[in-house]
Design a protein around this ligand. Sequence first.
Ligand code: NAP
Length: 264
Amino acid sequence: MFKVGVIGCGNMGEAIVRGLTKSKNVKSTDIIVSDVDPDKVELMVEKYNVAGTSSNRRVVENSGIIFLAVKPKDFIKTVKPIKEAFTEDKIIISVMAGIKIQRINEEIKGIIVRVMPNTPALIGEGALGVSFEKIDPLKKEQILDLLKSLGTVVEVEEELMDTVTGLSGSGPAYVFMFIEGLIQGGIKGGLSYKQASELAVQTVLGAAKLIKETGEHPSVLRDKVSSPAGTTIYAVHKLEEKGLKDAVISAVEEATKRSRELSE
Ligand SMILES: NC(=O)c1ccc[n+]([C@@H]2O[C@H](COP(=O)([O-])OP(=O)(O)OC[C@H]3O[C@@H](n4cnc5c(N)ncnc54)[C@H](OP(=O)(O)O)[C@@H]3O)[C@@H](O)[C@H]2O)c1
């Protein structure tokens, strides 16, 4: 019997296996993975020393916790042929965007946990929204511990999952665009791409860490770097004038709306 099974060895499936094997929570020999593509399974077996199979049924029958990491469009075709393997005691962690807990439970039995990760989960630095239905508190702690190997985990009501998608699910793209802007600004000012990129990436990383470690509101930290008549307050004024915050709020709102449309 394996502890954890992962169905789907794509980007997210690999992120999950990578995160779990790096953490102390699960040994690689406690994990079994499957995919329709045998090459992907083989790669995971070689890279992470996990067990691999082409049979989703084998994964479900032999694991207590099963991650469903296939695309939402492949959900039905993945679970329907092995429906009876999903028994009441199984914990199913779905990372499939837009598929509600109730919809999953209409197809299969088990305790369903819904997670919205993002791509930094690939390096254990993800931001994950998680929703539970009724679940034993001990089991819940066990799941939260497991998910923490992929990054920071925030529990939310399921109806807020679309907002989580709009903020952290799609969020890395907004941050990449901001970093790109910083780099281009640096290049415009005469720095090389390498110089500008190193400075830009560390600026975003450092600023994010500063918020996390001090617990201060971002506006407080912003005011601390804005000295009277200094460079920063001039830049902050320009960003307000150009509507940076307004654009970001609208981006989160639009992505949330689109997530809702897609899940309907
Ligand atoms: N990537 C992200 O940033 C991200 C963020 C949040 C949530 N998610 C969610 O994570 C899930 C996976 O996304 P992804 O980006 O990892 O997709 P992906 O790279 O396409 O991985 C899915 C894998 O599942 C395989 N597969 C398809 N049908 C299968 C079946 N019946 N049995 C076993 N394996 C099957 C696919 O094979 P084929 O390629 O041959 O079809 C592919 O290897 C999605 O539901 C998505 O909504 C992803």
